[in-house]
Design a protein around this ligand. Structure first.
Ligand code: 4AD
Ligand code: MG
Length: 479
């Protein structure tokens, strides 16, 4: 008999129909009520076993985590908690799970710490929590592609191995096939990369933006969505060494257009998840509400998870310049009471504590900061007429901090060349990028959305390691 997915059974139950469902046993009450889940939904289907009709040996194998195939009639449920259930006619155990071993895992039905769950990458997918998180992660990815496709953007695949350091941060992973114990050396003792695989030093990409600009200046509007690598040694709840970034790039857009696009895009994703992930979202909403109760009053968030998504969807983001933000911070209570750990002065890079103050305390809504000092931003950002600032924008979200970084790009060749010199970027290395400013250069703009930070926002998870299946962080690349 053809297998039917639990999500489909529950969405469209045909009472009286005989169906086959395959999945994993979530719970077994008295060898009579099995809760079965197949990953297609957070909801289980209840299978009712008339144990007198089955072998003792078979019943013993229906333990938590084991995989089963059941066939039986779909009936209206007698019990509370579910609308329908399957009266089991045949059971096949497809894969056993030893109860003694299950005891030691996250499959044991009790509350586990997220740290413990992280140690069991395989079984954490089976929990309600991570099932919900990863189904929503998928939905966010789908919404990203749908949004851009509907807006006639082209999905551009930019390289993962690259010779360029787009962000100029210098925090890159080297890719090499040279023997680390015995690399070929130049006369001065430095490594001779001309003998390496690509004939020069290359790294894993920190951003696909520079390549995306080449695409945008011919195809009009493109976006990338790919793995991104940063070897920054920041062990925070918001940083990964390997994360995914979405980078749209649009010809003829200025900074204002760029902000409008970002805001529309983020609202679209919030709405998509609210509309399409109701069951998983309800579960996460309730989970967060329970967690909030155990927190002190002043640490609780004012809005629930679902309310936060609705808020982002329905309210305009606050837009102000970096210079205005510095003034706001200098007038703030924590500044006057010396509660900020890091200094607030025009020219400094804002720290997470400052960003969160602006979003969570001052404006209580997503904030777009623009026009940052040139010194603290990348070389490619467009110089403003004041000569001090660039047409940058960062989007700050409640609970997350920076979620998007972007800018209008410097389209004027002479100024861009000067910026390259200032940032010590040799023209021989970046000629292919400078070329775009030689053949019909036009104003253009784009941004980068940290995919995992967006998934954190829509799931309410507070550690970025819990929204990516296999997190890579300093000292950690298990599985
Ligand atoms: O602000 P960033 O560094 O901007 C760029 O890379 C530009 N090239 C984007 C562009 O204009 N096309 O990174 C963009 C976003 C950040 O706002 C953040 O959400 C995310 O990427 N991000 C990280 N996410 C997880 N772990 C990390 N280590 C991250 N670093 C940046
Ligand atoms: Mg940034």
């Amino acid at each position: 008999m053809k297998r039917i997915k639990i999500a489909d059974v529950l969405a469209n139950p045909t009472i009286g129909e005989t169906i086959t469902v395959k999945g994993w046993v979530k719970a077994n009450r008295a060898n009579r009520f099995l809760q079965i889940n197949d990953g297609s939904t957070i909801n289980n289907i209840q299978a009712v076993v008339d144990f007198e009709n089955f072998d003792e040996a078979l019943l013993k194998r229906l333990t938590t985590a084991s995989a089963v195939s059941i066939t039986g009639e779909l009936v209206e449920s007698q019990g509370a908690g579910q609308a329908v259930e399957v009266v089991v006619e045949t059971i096949e155990v497809l894969g056993d799970a030893n109860p003694d071993e299950v005891q030691k895992t996250v499959m044991q039905p009790k509350r586990h710490s997220l740290e413990f769950l992280r140690e069991q990458a395989h079984l954490r997918f089976r929990t309600n929590l991570f099932g919900a998180v990863f189904r929503i992660r998928h939905a966010v990815a789908y919404a990203v592609h749908k949004y851009f496709n509907d807006q006639r953007f082209y999905y551009l695949h930019t390289p993962i191995i690259t010779g360029s350091d787009a962000e100029g941060a210098g925090e890159m992973f080297r890719v090499s096939t040279l023997d680390p114990k015995n690399p070929p050396l130049n006369e001065d003792g430095s490594i001779d990369y001309s003998q390496d695989f690509f004939g020069k030093p290359v790294n894993l990409t920190v951003s696909g933006q520079l390549e995306a600009e080449l695409g945008a200046l011919a195809l009009g509007q493109v976006y990338t969505f790919g793995p991104t690598f940063r070897a920054e040694n920041s062990n925070t709840s918001r940083h990964l060494a390997e994360f995914w970034m979405i980078e749209p790039e649009v010809a003829f857009n200025d900074l204002k257009d760029n902000m409008d696009l970002t805001e529309d895009f983020l609202k679209y994703i919030a709405n998509y998840i609210l509309t399409n992930c109701a069951d998983d979202l309800a579960f996460l909403n309730e989970r967060e509400a329970k967690e909030q109760k155990s927190k002190p009053q002043n640490e609780r968030s004012e809005l629930s998870l679902i309310e936060r998504l609705e808020f982002v969807r329905d309210n305009e983001f606050k837009r102000l310049t970096y210079t205005e933000a510095i003034e706001v911070l200098k007038r703030s209570k924590p500044y006057k009471k010396k509660k900020f750990k890091y200094d607030v002065e025009w020219g400094v890079d804002l720290q997470s504590e400052h960003e969160r103050y602006l979003v969570e305390k001052e404006f209580k809504c997503p904030v777009i900061l623009t026009d940052y000092p040139a010194e603290i931003k990348a070389f490619y950002m467009r110089q403003n007429d004041d000569g001090k600032t660039v047409a940058a924008m960062d989007v700050l979200f409640p609970g997350i901090g920076e979620i998007v970084g972007g800018s209008q790009r410097e389209e004027r060749l002479d100024i861009l060349k000067k910026k390259c010199a200032d940032f010590n970027i040799p023209e021989e290395e970046i000629w292919w990028y400078l070329d775009t400013r030689r053949f019909g250069s036009v104003p253009h703009a784009g941004f980068g959305l940290g995919f995992e930070r967006m998934v954190m926002f829509v799931t309410g998870m507070t550690n970025i390691r819990d929204v990516i299946p296999f997190p890579r962080t300093p000292q950690n690349a298990e599985f």
